[in-house]
Design a protein around this ligand. Structure first.
Ligand code: PLP
Length: 358
């Protein structure tokens, strides 16, 4: 399979922008980027970041760190401004406006649809089962084979907001259906919260597989805006063609290295343990409320529930200072509300408002 055959011809044909840092080393006397020669802030913390200089487009130490973290080669990984940027880059490289399409299995993460709409790509939904909210895999494979113009298939494991995980057998079936006519984009934003293994290792074997990872959730770093696309090096090269010349700010690069340092790993373990225990508690608490019509526990750091009046519950809780996410307006999610597992203090505040609602 040659993934270049799937890319927009305009993207293949154009000469990418050549920045100062992408065409020359950042050493010696730097007079090639119209930068200021001095820094104006004078605190050691900021000085170390050389804020007067453009940052490296793909900082080597961070790329190395993430490749090691995810068990892939460096040339299979692109560091991005969160997964949101990865989704956007994929749409812009692989979907021609008004011609190509993405396939998604709603209810799912809303950014796939929005990125497709911005790019002018069609959206082909393969709806989930209306009770279990699970993916209809035979229907999905059929849709992939039938649609001539689908270039990207977006799947999420565990899924947001339903929390279900895709089995290796189901994944293999979708990869085979994609064959050499579409890329399967597997978003693993919540994979660290569940027992399942990442599919990143399969990228070697399947050039049609793209994995999205992020530091936003299990690395407790949503404020950083740092994620990664893991794919065949040819896909990575294509994405770099449309990416901004300096996507990552110097402070983000430093902070991402600090946030994934060996020294924080034990604290990450503690946090994951705390959240797993918090989720068990939350579920047993929710089971005690007779006004909850359905619970989808899922395998991530949130729970989806159905009640009689979803918007009412969400606005009641907001009035008490507790923010929940209302999904009522989404297909199949009538009166559904998503609750994130928080700290023990958050849980106490939540219990108080839910008791009051009853
Ligand atoms: C939260 C989330 C992300 C993370 O996006 P970032 O841009 O990396 O913060 C990605 N995918 C899904 C499904 C999510 O829920």
């Amino acid at each position: 399979m040659n993934v270049q055959d799937l890319a927009r011809p305009e993207i293949l044909a154009m000469a990418p922008y050549e920045s100062a840092r992408s065409t020359a080393a950042a050493d010696g006397v730097l007079l090639n980027a119209n930068e200021a020669p001095v820094m104006l802030v004078d605190e050691p913390r900021w000085r170390a970041m050389e804020l007067n200089r453009y940052p490296p487009p793909q900082p080597e130490p961070l790329r190395q760190r993430l490749a090691q973290l995810y068990g892939v080669d460096e040339d299979q990984l692109l560091v991005t401004r969160g997964s949101d940027e990865g989704i956007d880059l994929l749409l812009r490289v692989f979907c021609r406006a008004g011609r190509d399409a993405i396939i998604e299995c709603p209810p799912c993460f809303g950014m796939y649809r929005v990125a497709a709409q911005i790019q002018g790509a069609d959206i082909i939904p393969v709806p989930r089962d209306d009770e279990s909210l699970r993916i209809d895999f035979p229907a999905l494979a059929e849709q992939i084979r039938d649609s001539q113009n689908a270039r990207l298939v977006f799947l999420t494991s565990p899924n947001n907001p339903t929390g279900d995980v895709i089995s290796p057998a189901d994944l293999a079936a979708v990869l085979n259906a994609c064959d050499d006519q579409a890329l399967l984009v597997l978003d693993e934003a919540y994979i660290e919260f569940c027992g399942a293994e990442s599919a990143a290792g399969l990228v070697q074997q399947y050039p049609q597989l793209v994995i999205l990872r992020t530091l936003s959730k299990a690395w407790a770093s949503a404020g950083l805006r740092c994620g990664a696309v893991i794919a065949n090096p040819q896909v990575i090269d294509l994405l770099r063609r449309v990416m901004a010349p300096y996507p990552l700010s110097a402070p983000s690069i430093q902070a991402a290295l600090a946030a994934t340092d060996q020294a924080v790993r034990p604290r990450q373990e503690d946090m994951l343990t705390m959240l797993a225990a918090g989720k068990v508690d939350l579920l047993s608490q929710l089971e005690g409320y007779d006004w909850i019509r359905a619970i989808w526990p899922g395998e991530a750091n949130f729970v989806l529930i159905r009640v009689d009046d979803g918007p009412g519950l969400v606005s009641f809780c907001a009035g008490q200072g507790v923010r929940l996410r209302d999904f009522s307006s989404q297909p199949l999610l009538d009166n559904c509300v998503r609750l994130t597992v928080g700290s023990p203090e958050d849980k106490a505040a939540l219990a108080k408002v839910l008791d009051a609602w009853r």
